[in-house]
Design a protein around this ligand. Structure first.
Ligand SMILES: *Cc1c(COP(=O)(O)O)cnc(C)c1O
Length: 241
């Protein structure tokens, strides 16, 4: 089979897997977005997914993403695509991300919020975007600062900072279970965190959780967006994150 056929059949299986997970969890499949993650794969794969009906894509490495997006956009300037930044972001890349990202799932520090607020304001002023940047706060489930994510006791302060930044919209929470942990337990805990967060931030309805290996657990515990790479496009080089 060619690449397009491979991806078409993988996409059909993932969609089926996701809708079965929703049915099993008593949830409406329309409430859980499938976000294809295209990091490490070429623009031609994005195009195949686009031709199969996908309109939102996740990328995790800023430089790779911006050059891929430039290529995609130069070929299809009128495509109605939304790009999501899902990986760790350094502040000095905020300017670039503010130009191309509809949403960022990995916000975990006050300094990054400040940088994104400024960068997005500039991007709006310069006509590179019209909408605020949607922000999901990445929650640390193991309180290990090395792994990214905001510790729970700093979450409220960070949320308040996003809410007081006019170029940013607080969209929800994101998390990645620590390596080797039990996904079911982690997502159950995350759902409790998100429920209580929403009491204070009713518009922060999104919960970005679940990947290739654990999406059923995530769907059972309130995910509104599963970020799937491997099951759609195959395995990445070992060194990838
Ligand atoms: C790479 C990546 C994914 C996709 O993971 P798969 O296991 O390939 O589905 C999801 N979320 C983040 C933050 C990633 O970096």
């Amino acid at each position: 089979m060619g690449r397009a056929e491979d991806i078409a059949s993988a996409l059909a299986s993932v969609r089926e897997r996701l809708s079965s997970a929703c049915v099993a969890a008593g949830r409406d499949p329309a409430d859980v977005q499938l976000l294809p993650v295209t990091k490490f794969f070429p623009e031609s794969d994005v195009r195949i997914l686009y031709d199969l009906g996908c309109r939102e894509f996740g990328e995790s490495r800023e430089q790779e993403a911006s050059s891929k997006i430039d290529t995609f956009t130069s070929k299809l300037p009128d495509a109605d695509v939304r790009w999501h930044m899902i990986g760790h972001l350094q502040r000095n890349k905020a300017k670039s991300v503010a130009r191309w990202a509809h949403a960022i799932h990995s916000v975990d520090s006050p300094r990054l919020v400040t940088a994104l607020g400024k960068a997005t304001t500039i991007a709006i002023d310069e006509g590179q975007r019209t909408e605020p940047l949607e922000v999901l706060l990445q929650v640390s489930l193991d309180d290990d600062p090395q792994r990214g994510g905001v510790p729970l006791d700093e979450l409220e302060e960070l949320a308040a900072q996003v809410e007081s930044t006019s170029a940013l919209t607080l969209s929800g929470l994101m998390a990645v279970p620590p390596l080797g942990s039990d996904a079911e337990t982690q997502f159950e805990r995350l759902a409790v965190i998100h429920d209580s967060f929403r009491e204070r931030h009713p518009d922060a309805i999104n919960l970005s959780s679940g990947m290739t290996n654990d999406l059923e657990h995530a769907v059972r515990h309130g995910s509104t967006c599963v970020r799937v790479g491997t099951a759609l496009l195959g395995s990445r080089p070992i060194a990838s994150k």
